[in-house]
Write a protein that binds this ligand. Structure first.
Ligand code: FAD
Ligand code: SF4
Ligand code: SF4
Length: 471
């Protein structure tokens, strides 16, 4: 059997590819298709695979999937495109075909707003087991070359009078700042935390995203003349407009951990996941003990569990209502956690945190038959009489994030508590104010926030140009 046949056989054995009926929903929902339309199109990739898998394997496109799973959430057949591409990357690395990976890195470096952050958390092949030393070396040389490239860059000339305020320095805010400064606008970013970078800075563990990657991307944005004011909560919207800003982009993300609302949540030894991850990054020492239970089955829970093991805990256990197949964390993220020793307790709905002398000692749960109702709302069905306890020295609650209520007063909110904005123009119910990123979409991914920032920048530019023409 020739190489092409072998690769195709491997792929078809996943039982996935043959179900793709080329509807194109993945392409229509793919942020990379919007960012790099000349380099990436998931539907075309899948279409080409059965005919010439070797050609697809040797191309740059397989390395440009940003691992956001937006296509997977929308595909009528439920195909996991990023996982199919992961197999292609594996096959390419196995055969030593890494030239295209290096070419893809060049494309990312030259055409993306936050190339270093994206390289580590969106495009990183190490993410999904492609553990070849050449890949690690290529990543290291990428960041060195990038740091060299941005040194001494000159800012573009300011060609517009209108000042723009951006609230939040996460991927959405920074992308909008990058785009608008590139179009010649004076841009100010307000960031209430001491350092810029949003959730990637605050909570994504250092072992997945080195600070130097964020530092380099932010330096590049400052090189464009963007004024980033850290440690500065943004003034109220009305005050910003009074101060003379002509447009505002609100990209405040979701920075409060959701409470679980079961008995025992306030016992000593119970931590919220964002407080835990951000505290760990800034050097807070948590009294975790040997055995830690993380409640929740998403990617953030996996990060918490892997962090706990790196901090020296002997055991990390995940307890969640979803079955193993329904867990919201991406498949390879779960596999990675399990490989590192994390123990899963799926289909167990936590009902109570138990404790002694004011401190938690375990999580009681019931067998969970289903988590969502037919309309997709959280409505768990549990089986009575199936109580069991996972003992714990400490517990981390990782069941989701919400918007900081401080910013809410100014906006119309959706039922789930996010800001309502037009998904394409990012306009809100308040004129001159645009919003995007997690604060609008709910918890998503860096790449989805980047797209929101790019769309907002385009809309703000158009809005200001129309206003100038009309005056
Ligand atoms: C633990 C964890 C791991 C993740 N891992 C990944 C991953 O591997 N890949 C991936 O693609 N995505 C990942 N994500 C998701 C990703 O980080 C978010 O989707 C993305 O950061 C959202 O970007 P954003 O710009 O909308 O908001 P954020 O990144 O949340 O940034 C918002 C910023 O606004 C600031 N702010 C809020 N209110 C104000 C105010 N009033 N004044 C001034 N500043 C304000 C906040 O301090 C924050 O810095 C992860 C998230 C978490 C929590
Ligand atoms: S959305 Fe699904 S079925 Fe449609 S083209 Fe993409 S992978 Fe194929
Ligand atoms: S995972 Fe994201 S980037 Fe990759 S194909 Fe799907 S939508 Fe596009």
């Amino acid at each position: 059997m020739g190489t092409n046949d072998e690769i195709l056989k491997e792929l078809l054995e996943t039982d996935q590819l043959k179900f793709c009926f080329q509807c194109g929903v993945c392409t229509a929902s793919c942020p990379m298709m919007e960012l790099l339309p000349h380099h990436y199109n998931p539907r075309s990739l899948l279409q080409g695979l059965p005919f010439d898998p070797e050609k697809v394997m040797n191309g740059t496109a397989i390395w440009l999937c940003a691992w956001c799973y937006r296509c997977h959430r929308r595909c009528p057949q439920g195909l996991a495109v990023p996982e199919l591409l992961l197999q292609m990357k594996d096959a390419a690395a196995e055969r030593g075909h890494l030239e295209a990976f290096k070419e893809a890195q060049e494309i990312i470096k030259n055409e993306m707003p936050l190339p270093a952050v994206c390289t580590y958390i969106c495009f990183n092949p190490l993410h999904g087991h492609v553990e070849k030393p050449q890949v690690a070396e290529a990543l290291e040389s990428f960041i060195t070359e990038y740091e060299r490239m941005i040194k001494g860059e000159e800012p573009p000339p300011i060609t517009h009078d209108e000042r723009i305020a951006i609230v939040g320095s996460g991927p959405a805010g920074l992308t909008a700042a990058w785009e608008l400064a590139g179009k010649g606008y004076p841009v100010t970013v307000f960031e209430c935390l001491p350092e810029a970078g949003g959730m990637p800075r605050r909570c994504i563990p250092e072992f997945r995203l080195p600070s130097k990657a964020l530092d380099a991307d932010i330096q590049r944005i400052e090189n464009r003349g963007v004024d980033i004011r850290t440690g500065t909560k943004a003034p109220e919207l009305d005050d910003l407009l009074e101060e003379g800003y002509q447009a505002v982009f609100v990209a405040t993300g979701l920075h409060m951990s959701r409470r679980i609302g079961i008995a025992g949540e306030d016992l000593e030894g119970v931590f919220d996941v964002l407080g835990f991850l951000s505290g760990t990054k800034t050097g807070t020492r948590f009294d975790l003990g040997d055995k830690v239970v993380i409640i929740g089955g998403g990617n953030v829970a996996m990060d918490a569990a892997r962090t706990v093991l790196r901090l020296g805990a002997k055991e990390a256990h995940i307890v969640c209502g979803e079955s193993r197949q329904e867990m919201p964390a991406f498949g390879p993220e779960i596999e990675e956690a399990v490989k590192e020793g994390v123990v899963l307790h799926p289909a167990r709905m936590p009902t109570r945190i138990i404790g002694a002398n004011g401190r938690c000692t375990g999580v009681e749960s019931l067998k969970c038959l289903s988590v969502l109702d037919p309309l997709g709302f959280f409505c768990p069905k549990v089986e009575s009489g199936t109580e069991s306890v996972v003992e714990a020295d400490s517990i981390i609650v990782a069941i989701g994030m919400t918007l900081d209520p401080g910013i809410l007063r100014a906006f119309k909110l959706a039922g789930r508590g996010t800001i309502i904005a037009d998904p394409f123009s990012m306009e809100t119910s308040r004129s001159i104010v645009f919003a995007g990123g997690d604060a609008v979409s709910g918890p998503a991914s860096a790449m989805e926030a980047i797209i929101a920032g790019k769309r907002a920048a385009t809309s703000i530019d158009k809005y200001l140009a129309d206003r100038t023409e009309g005056s």
